[in-house]
Design a protein around this ligand. Structure first.
Ligand code: FEO
Ligand code: CA
Ligand code: CA
Length: 635
């Protein structure tokens, strides 16, 4: 299979990001009602006026009355300056080391990473996957396991040894599929360093070919049936796992995001259905060429295959023989992460973002209740889905997605969740990324990373995307973090109050709303908040996946980074700067909170990094362990 049918068309695009690819390949109609946008912008300025007293607490959320200057800072580290170095920069008194790197064998029968070939299908199947993303540490006795998403691959890097910088044969496709999915690895600390336990019986690679079970309302539905699976109950593989979740019963949640980019059509006259189009499935893939070696990715032959991706996958990290379960009850969209909290009545509530411009924020509520120490293995199999409606006055409502509200069956709501949400009038958001819930009170935060289409064009379902309360800036290139408190402190409640924790911006370039909120200044500024996690003390760790060109609107912001915010005062300080052209994503702590694990994804995505090897080495995604020099607590 040396002549890929789509190779010439994708060659020029091999190093485009998913966003850029989407923009180039699916330009949406320009439907801008200018007057409407201006009206909203006026009310936006009024709203921002309220925000400038952030930290003085008056805007709805009842935060501390102390300003950052008045309160003793809880951020007890020296802020790191923005930079464009090709390494990881931490505050004084902290150190980092590598835990796992793309291509590193997990078993002794594997082979060491080969810089010249960048691996083969066989070597990759036995090795740590590419583009590390969401992760969680699990502990059982003296065993520490990290479950880590391997979101996608940069074709120009993993196929960098190929003339085309793309897969050129079936083994290249095999390598690509094996570099995706989830890596489950036992890790051990010795001498202040964490390393993979090679040959641990707990090590596991879950890839785009691992058997999965389809559970929940859509299980067995006609839309999930394919030639290979006429029952519609089993599927192969998971890919494009972005953020993650974890459950109190010890399972890992891997969240399928841009699943659409892997499908293509051998029939150039094939027209994807409106439903497939809502999810961005097109006749050309994003350069992965999976259909050339695995026919199920050819949508003209297997149009239901894309309906079997875009879910949350529940994985038992301590049972390598277990079958991962796709939880259709939690909806199908471009899942970012899954933040699970147990409500006061015991129901599991999971907050989930759909990361695409103008898409929505969701909440799942389990039918059953969590039993401490009991069997919770099917708690995520059935439940109710809701989608967020934010009102400009600081209130909001979770709208139920039911047969009555949508005219769709439960199975259809589970499969075509975006369409259901459009029907009930949910609020279009600026790309909801990670959600994180405060550990000490009922208050939930979500990164809205950016949205250049805000106020410019509708979402893929035709929904209006004029500026609105939590998304107050048109052509939003900086992003913001919204937070809400459920009514009565009850995560099951349908009402909530909301405000913005921060509007990212650049006060050295702008003096209007694009300068950011009052807790952003020339020293801590950033763009495109994405990864988000509370530590157990209630500090908020913010990771960025933004523009790192360090000029124009982004002058002085440097490489992607990780910051820490204090929800009570609004104070934000930069803790880490990543290497060139990376995204900082994925975060978890050791149980003793003396190690913080962070993902460094795609350093050198545009070929300008040699992290972590240095010299002339191939840049490789990796997980790092951060410790204090005195082995003190982090966060
Ligand atoms: Fe994979 Fe929305 O980031
Ligand atoms: Ca992300
Ligand atoms: Ca992102």
């Amino acid at each position: 299979m040396t002549n890929l049918t789509n190779q010439t068309t994708v060659a020029k695009d091999h190093d485009l990001s998913f966003d850029d690819w989407d923009e180039v390949n699916s330009p949406r109609p320009e439907l801008c009602d200018f007057d409407h946008v201006v009206d909203k912008a006026m009310s936006r300025r009024g709203f921002l006026g309220a925000l400038t007293v952030f930290g003085a607490s008056s805007f709805l959320m009842g935060t501390s009355a102390l300003t950052p200057a008045e309160a003793a800072s809880r951020l007890s580290f020296e802020q790191v300056a923005a930079n464009t170095l090709d390494t990881v920069t931490l505050p004084k008194g902290y150190n980092w080391s590598i835990v796992a790197t793309w291509g590193q064998p997990l078993w002794s029968r594997g082979t060491e990473f080969d810089e010249a070939t960048r691996g083969t299908g066989a070597s990759q199947e036995l090795a740590f996957g590419d583009n590390t993303d969401g992760m969680a540490m699990f502990v059982d006795g003296d065993k520490h396991v990290l479950a880590i998403n391997n979101e996608y691959t940069n074709r120009s890097i993993i196929y960098g040894a190929r003339e085309s910088k793309l897969p050129e044969n079936a083994d290249d496709v095999r390598k690509g599929k094996a570099a995706h999915g989830v890596s489950v690895v036992e890790v051990k600390e010795a001498g202040g360093r964490w390393n993979i336990v090679t040959d641990s019986p707990l090590n596991r690679r879950i890839t785009a070919d691992t058997p999965m079970e389809l559970t929940g309302p859509a299980r067995g539905h006609d839309l999930l049936k394919t030639a290979a699976d006429p029952s519609g109950t089993t599927s192969l593989g998971t890919w494009n796992n972005c953020g993650n979740g974890r459950t109190p019963w010890g399972t890992y949640l891997a969240c399928e995001e841009n699943f659409n980019g892997y499908f293509s059509s051998s029939d150039e006259n094939y027209k994807p259905s409106a439903e497939l189009s809502r999810y961005g499935v097109k006749t050309k893939d994003w350069g992965y060429a999976w259909a050339t070696a695995d026919e199920r990715f050819d949508i003209s032959k297997h149009p239901h295959e894309p309906n079997r991706a875009g879910y949350i996958v529940e994985i038992d990290p301590f049972d390598p023989a277990s079958t991962p379960k796709k939880r259709t009850a939690m909806g199908r969209f471009k899942h970012e992460n899954a933040e699970l909290v147990i409500a006061s009545n015991g129901q599991a509530v999971v907050y989930m973002g759909d990361d695409e411009r103008g898409e929505f924020l969701y909440k799942f509520v389990s039918d059953g209740t969590y039993a401490v120490g009991g069997d919770n293995s099917d708690l995520l199999e059935t439940g109710s889905l809701f989608v967020a409606k934010f009102n400009d006055d600081g209130t909001g409502e979770w709208l139920a997605l039911t047969p009555e509200t949508t005219g769709m069956s439960r199975a259809e709501i589970s499969i075509h969740t975006r369409i259901a949400a459009s029907k009930v009038g949910a609020t279009t958001m600026d790309r909801p990324e990670w959600v994180s819930s405060h550990p000490k009170k009922a208050e939930v935060y979500c990164c809205l990373t950016n949205n250049k289409n805000r106020g410019v064009k509708p979402n893929a379902g035709g929904d209006d995307t004029s500026v609105n309360g939590p998304n107050p800036r048109e052509k939003n290139n900086y992003g913001q973090i919204v937070r809400w408190q459920p009514e009565g402190g009850d995560h099951v409640a349908s009402g909530f109050n909301w405000n913005l924790f921060v509007l990212a911006g650049n006060p050295t370039v702008h003096s209007d709303a694009y300068a950011g909120s009052a807790n952003v200044n020339a020293d801590n500024m950033f763009n495109s908040p994405d990864g988000l996690a509370f530590d157990t003390t209630g500090l908020l760790w913010i990771q960025t996946d933004g523009n790192y060109k360090n000029e124009g609107d982004f002058a002085g912001q440097g490489n992607n980074q990780m910051l820490v915010g204090d929800p009570e005062t609004g104070e934000i300080k930069r803790f880490l700067v990543g290497p060139k052209e990376c995204e900082v994503t994925g975060i978890t702590w050791s149980p003793d909170r003396r190690t913080l694990f962070v993902g460094i994804q795609h350093p050198g995505e545009k070929s300008n990094s040699h992290f972590p090897g240095g010299g002339a080495s191939v840049p490789r995604s990796c997980v790092i362990a951060i410790k204090r020099d005195d082995n003190g607590l982090i966060g």
